[in-house]
Design a protein around this ligand. Structure first.
Ligand SMILES: *Cc1c(COP(=O)(O)O)cnc(C)c1O
Length: 419
């Protein structure tokens, strides 16, 4: 980044500091990851200079010969990898992708049924501070109080009573497998669309460690920057019969020109995700989350649903002496980055809830395995048990930095950071 250093030393320095932070901390935010240097190069390329409103072969601007090929490649790779009939790779991110799906499928005032936010759902599944909860009528299913899992009989009862036009399955804080087949059957019983939002788990789906939403879902939305390890972006996949409506909802319905640099980086990430190495990665993500869960269970932590099937662990700290926020802040001082999170039926407010959410995708991208997860679990307990002991936090931080030195982060070179 020689040019940047010259032109804007202020921004250059901040990026360097962030790179060092990403290198020297254990990053457990389940929606975050490290993408490869190849993805970063495509994402930082001259493709950002282009305007390409429209779709390959039918653009509103001339000069698209290479752009058309790039977008077609990304879209074909998505279809092959996810067994989808159609893939739109233009949505700017996960939230606009969901909005586009609703615009395509619903009339204003129609009903969206999704998992409640405090139970692991996403804002865009009809929560009231999101426009998806005001432009449409939201109804929400919840996880079972005892098991912490989705109760599909409850989902069916609610669906029959409320008659949503679309049922959304997907989550940001649900540690268990989603039964896409069951959701698909329920949707068909009431003649609703079934939208699977696999933003968090897309990498696990293509890695073969989580069941695919196809052929059960009518529409699948996903981000590309979480477990899929691509650039910040999103895709909408669907049956051929819905393709035109979805494409029109994205452009011209909601967006203007696509981010071609992102599209190219998505294509690269999809190529990487099609390799056997990525299958190993996905398997290790789950093994690592489970190792972390075990380490915490051994130390008498309460986990929502008792464990995990996927890449994340939701810890209920009610039986500990700290709130989620206190725990997350102490962990950050010790070099372990996570986020505070509500737990289902949380008596506390979302801004200072009872839980923390931990995920394995980023540390697994660095090559960490179950032995490292055991150490991280022990550190988490040490920090949470001594959240006010600054010397203790500093000691853990030093140990964390030492561990991180042994596991290079994809896309971040130590000499770049030191230079
Ligand atoms: C992350 C996420 C989104 C939103 O993606 P953004 O890119 O942050 O807009 C939507 N749905 C689910 C389930 C997510 O996890």
């Amino acid at each position: 980044m020689k040019e940047l250093k010259q032109t804007d030393p202020e921004v250059f320095r901040l990026i360097q500091e962030e790179a060092r932070y990403q290198l020297e901390s254990v990053r457990l935010i389940p929606s975050e990851n490290y993408c490869s240097k190849a993805v970063l190069e495509a994402n930082g390329s001259i493709l950002t200079n282009k305007y390409s409103e429209g779709y390959p072969g039918r653009r509103y601007y001339e000069g698209q010969r290479y752009i058309d090929e790039i977008e077609t490649l990304a879209s074909q790779r998505a279809c092959a990898l996810f067994s989808a009939e159609h893939a739109n790779v233009q949505p700017y991110s996960g939230s606009p992708a969901n909005l586009a799906a609703y615009v395509a499928l619903l009339k204003p005032g129609d009903t969206i049924m999704g998992l409640a936010l405090p139970h692991g759902g996403h804002l865009t599944h009809g929560w009231d501070v999101s426009v998806t909860g005001t432009l449409w009528r939201p109804v929400r299913y919840m996880v079972d109080h005892e098991s912490g899992r989705i109760d599909y009989n409850q989902v069916r009862d609610l669906a029959k009573r409320e008659r949503p036009r679309v049922i959304v399955a997907g989550a940001t804080a649900y540690p268990r497998e989603l039964d896409f087949k069951a959701f698909g059957e329920i949707a068909r019983e009431i003649d609703a669309y079934f939208l699977a939002d696999i933003a968090h788990i897309a990498g696990l789906v293509v890695g073969g460690v989580h069941p695919s939403p196809f052929p059960h879902a009518d529409v699948v939305t996903t981000t590309t920057h979480k477990t899929l390890r691509g650039p910040r972006g999103a895709m909408i996949m669907c049956r051929k019969t819905l393709a035109d409506r979805l494409d029109r909802a994205v452009f011209p319905g909601l967006q203007g020109g696509p981010h071609n640099h992102t599209t190219a980086a998505i294509a690269v990430a999809l190529k990487e995700a099609a390799t056997p190495a990525f299958k190993d990665y996905a398997r290790q993500v789950v093994a690592n989350a489970q190792a972390l869960a075990e380490a915490l269970l051994e130390r008498s932590y309460t986990l929502v649903s008792g464990g995990t099937d996927n890449h994340l662990v939701l810890v209920d700290l009610t039986n500990k002496q700290v709130t989620g926020k206190q725990a997350a802040k102490a962990l950050d001082r010790a070099g372990i980055v996570c986020n505070y999170n509500t737990v289902p039926y949380d008596p506390r407010k979302p801004f200072n809830p009872s839980g923390i959410r931990l995920g394995s995708p980023a540390v697994t991208s660095r090559g960490m395995g179950t032995a490292e997860m055991k150490r991280i679990g022990a550190w988490i307990d040490d920090v949470i048990s001594h959240a006010d002991d600054e010397a203790r936090l500093a000691k853990v931080a030093a140990e964390v930095r030492e561990l991180c030195r042994g596991f290079p982060a994809p896309g971040i070179l130590l000499e770049d950071v030191d230079g």
